[in-house]
Write a protein that binds this ligand. Structure first.
Ligand SMILES: *[C@@H]1O[C@H](CO)[C@@H](O)[C@H](O)[C@H]1NC(C)=O
Ligand SMILES: *[C@@H]1O[C@H](CO)[C@@H](O)[C@H](O)[C@H]1NC(C)=O
Ligand SMILES: *[C@@H]1O[C@H](CO)[C@@H](O)[C@H](O)[C@H]1NC(C)=O
Ligand SMILES: *[C@@H]1O[C@H](CO)[C@@H](O)[C@H](O)[C@H]1NC(C)=O
Length: 209
């Protein structure tokens, strides 16, 4: 997966397609799988997500995150409010953090620049080609870096790569269905209500760095 996406980036940066006036697209409501690795290829987390693109809310439940200090990562993020909850359903505990930036891998930021539309494989044989759009933009100032994001022609997220210090990240999105299958996952559990903020972090991505 890592090699494939590196290839995408290479092709992207090598391509010199006209960057015309495409406006950033917006993803639909989604349920799917997401994985996060650093740019050395170390997997940080893999798991299931639910995303409400209208309310800008994300739930990510990872059961494989052996390279983080936690074996089980359960996040509920309200990007518009700039609030992230780390949930531990087993002992019904919760940590509340604030986010300085709304940067996230499932929707193209509204200030992203269209870079190019690419075809990989054979463009005219069904099932033999992949056509996608590439978008680029700057990370928040404190994180000093930039991102390259790819989406399908219908704006489903494929991957997002964040080049920043001290560690870059690559997020891959798979098995998307364009609906919210379990809306309850986006509702704040009662044991998380009224908690004080314990930490302020730059972005959602900091949970994986
Ligand atoms: C993690 O969850 C996925 C579904 O999201 C499942 O396919 C996989 O088997 C699970 N892995 C473990 C180690 O439980
Ligand atoms: C996405 O889901 C939310 C919550 O169920 C809903 O309010 C909203 O209308 C949906 N958006 C779209 C584009 O379907
Ligand atoms: C993981 O935990 C160890 C010991 O508790 C700590 O020294 C280290 O900084 C932690 N790493 C991260 C990434 O939080
Ligand atoms: C809940 O469990 C986690 C580890 O599984 C632990 O770090 C945390 O302190 C526990 N919280 C409470 C309130 O017991």
């Amino acid at each position: 997966m890592y090699a494939v996406i590196t290839l995408f980036v290479f092709l992207c940066l090598a391509a010199s397609t006209d960057a015309d006036h495409h406006q950033p697209c917006h993803s639909p409501n989604m349920t799917g799988e997401l994985s996060v690795a650093n740019l050395k290829g170390v997997y940080k987390a893999m798991g299931a997500f639910t995303f409400d693109s209208t309310g800008n809310k994300l739930r990510f439940i990872s059961n494989e995150s052996q390279h983080l200090n936690t074996s089980h990562l359960d996040l509920l993020v309200f990007f518009d409010e700039g609030i992230l909850y780390e949930i531990d359903s087993k002992n019904q505990s919760c940590e509340k953090k604030t986010l300085q930036s709304t940067m996230q891998p499932l929707d193209v930021p509204s200030d992203a620049k269209f870079h190019s539309a690419l075809n990989i494989g054979h463009h005219s044989i069904e099932g033999e080609g992949l056509k996608f759009n590439m978008w680029t933009g700057q990370m928040p100032a404190e994180m000093k870096g930039y991102y390259v994001m790819s989406t399908s022609m219908g704006c489903l997220p494929l991957s997002a790569i964040y080049f920043s210090e001290p560690t870059g990240l690559i997020v891959s999105v798979m098995d998307i269905e364009s609906e919210i299958k379990d809306p309850d996952l986006l509702v704040l559990p009662s044991f998380c209500e009224g908690l004080p903020v314990v930490e302020t972090v730059n972005t959602f991505l900091c949970e994986f760095m």
